[in-house]
Design a protein around this ligand. Structure first.
Ligand code: ZN
Length: 213
């Protein structure tokens, strides 16, 4: 079951104080028929859209939430772009030793969608980050400066490839494909360290979770 509460918010346009629904945690399990709707609303941001009931102004309210995919055995804390180091550290401190799945923290919606694409396809995100480094190295220097991040976009079953999308200024731009065989090679090569709690695995951090020898 998802955890929901209501919070008061004052409209910046007309000053009217209303209430909006906050999802502290979102549970995705087999039984719930609302799952596809929920996931779509997170991805297109409509779950976070608030409409003032007096002046009908609309704006997005961003807050941290815990996404728990019971079927695929992973939990992701999704934090807004303005998350502080203290918020991140507090999540890392939580003792999760009894949980047997994958635990991650992401900052921002693109990184969140990236993790869903990785874990729903039963892939390893450290191997995916390693492939992103390779993908990035293939981009010419001029373009590299404009790329904010690379998002894993899922598998292309027909071509047997992994697909990556370049993110520039909150926009998705061009796509790059990597043969699926390459994933197997990378995965076999990496000696990964054990991860015990919630961690951020991204371009900046993933190599710290790999043994170097
Ligand atoms: Zn208003």
């Amino acid at each position: 079951m998802s955890k929901i509460r209501f919070e008061r918010v004052t409209c910046p346009d007309c000053g009217y104080t209303g209430e909006y629904k906050v999802y502290d945690s979102i549970n995705i399990d087999d039984e719930s028929k609302t799952n596809p709707m929920f996931k779509r609303k997170i991805i297109d941001n409509s779950l976070f859209l608030y409409t003032c009931s007096r002046c009908l102004s609309k704006y997005y309210i961003e807050y941290p939430f815990l996404y728990n995919d019971v079927k695929n055995n992973f939990m992701v804390w999704c934090l807004p772009d303005n998350a502080t180091q203290a918020e991140i550290d507090n999540i890392k401190k939580v003792d999760m030793r009894t949980y047997k799945g994958i635990l991650r923290i992401v900052i921002g919606k693109f990184d969140f969608i990236d993790k869903l694409n990785v874990f729903e396809n039963k892939l390893d995100d450290i191997a995916i980050e390693s492939i992103k480094t390779f993908v990035f190295s293939k981009v010419d220097k001029e373009e590299r400066r404009e790329i904010k991040s690379i998002m894993f976009n899922g598998l292309n079953m027909e071509n047997k490839t992994l697909e990556f999308v370049f993110i520039k200024d909150q926009e998705q731009t061009k796509m790059m494909s990597v043969p699926f065989e390459f994933y197997g090679q990378i995965k076999n090569m990496l000696k990964e360290k054990e991860i015990k709690g919630f961690e951020i695995i991204d371009q900046a951090s993933y190599s710290a979770f790999v043994e170097n020898d």
